[in-house]
Design a protein around this ligand. Structure first.
Ligand code: IMP
Ligand code: MG
Length: 174
């Protein structure tokens, strides 16, 4: 898999160091609050597992499967919810987790659905990566691991045609 990369964006040490900081910030901000983390799968799976084990709070975890449709490396903007019902988030402080904020379509759709169907006490977003670009949906995440340029990234949960999710680092394909 490494041979398919043009270059490494962030290696394992850099990811771990940033997760330590992000987790410390989230732990501080949600001290004493009823936190539910809602992770958007599949992309956030590895990020979720590594981040949450660094957060010593009595949080609840739920996952939502959302599929975003791609033509090669370009998003079609189409998304579909693969899991049925949302968990009951009323009265909870909800932190959405996703792998990457690109066009904003996915997070915007998830946020809209949460607001339609349930009433959390607060709703924030955390993404491992945020592409610095103008988005289809005006949206920024409250917690960002790394801000990156508008390039197609794989590894650490992020795929290209369902491959490379298990690459332990973040890189750009050849
Ligand atoms: P959106 O365009 O913000 O809706 O991003 C939707 C989803 O597309 C993300 O959750 C990722 O699963 C995927 N995605 C966006 N950019 C990349 C990328 O650079 N590499 C791999 N997947 C990506
Ligand atoms: Mg994907």
């Amino acid at each position: 898999m490494h041979n398919d990369l043009d270059r490494i964006l962030f290696n394992e040490d850099e990811i771990e160091a940033r997760l330590d900081q992000l987790a410390a910030q989230i732990t501080h901000d949600y001290q004493g609050l009823d936190l539910t983390v809602l992770a958007i799968l599949n992309g956030s799976l590895i990020f979720m597992a590594d981040l949450l084990r660094r957060i010593p709070l009595p949080l609840q975890l739920d996952c939502l499967r959302v599929k975003s449709y791609y033509m090669g490396m370009v998003s079609t903007g189409e998304i579909s919810f693969e899991s049925g019902l949302l968990p009951d988030l009323s009265g909870r402080h909800v932190l959405l987790l996703d792998d990457i904020l690109d066009s904003g379509n996915t997070l915007a759709a998830v946020i809209a659905r949460i607001r339609e169907e349930t009433s959390p006490k607060s709703l924030k977003c955390c993404v491992l990566l945020s592409k610095q670009k103008s988005r289809v949906k005006a949206l920024e995440a409250d917690y960002v691991g790394f801000k990156i340029q508008d390039e197609f990234v794989v590894g650490y949960g992020l795929d290209y045609q369902e491959r490379y999710r298990n690459l332990p680092l973040l890189g750009i394909l050849k």
